[in-house]
Design a protein around this ligand. Sequence first.
Ligand code: XMP
Ligand code: MG
Length: 183
Amino acid sequence: MRAAEIQDDLAQILVTEEEILAKLDQLAAQVAEDYEGKDLVLVGVLKGAVMVMADFARALPFHAPMDWMAVSSYGASTKSSGVVQIRKDLDTDLNGKHVLIVEDIIDSGLTLSWLLENFGSRGAESIEVLALLRKPEAAKVVIDCKYVGFDIPTDFVVGYGLDYDERYRNLRDVAVLAPHVYS
Ligand code: XMP
Ligand code: MG
């Protein structure tokens, strides 16, 4: 796919790379203060959160172990099914740990609500959520997300880790996908 074709698939740039990095710096400063002296584990949700994790973890002034979980999600559709399946489980024992789940986006909230319940049963000392993006109008369940980057409209977005059918993940900005791509 050529650059011009990719541009044609994007309706609008919503959040630029510069805005994302500035926001992650802010959130990292806040997290550093909140977790000072604590045993923090970062848990990224594959694959969408890869970019957020990479930039957020590097913005932190201390090292926190990273672990990854893969759960089934949208595939080639743009709607959440609410059915969550573990594709790859954590390598870390969460017992007694302070867990920060690092997510790309909270849409319906169904995936996270399932994850929070699942992690809750593993004996973590605390569990909080950091999400780069949140779609407040799409919420089907209320998620207590302590660290939010940007609230955005309900349109399907791609870039900065977010994909449509495995495409557009490597875009630096977050953009609204043009409806002609999926309709
Ligand atoms: P829910 O609805 O369970 O969403 O909160 C969970 C996962 O779905 C993906 N998701 C998106 N992916 N553009 C994407 O590329 C979007 O607009 C979008 N909305 C949700 C994402 O992986 C999220 O973690
Ligand atoms: Mg995700």
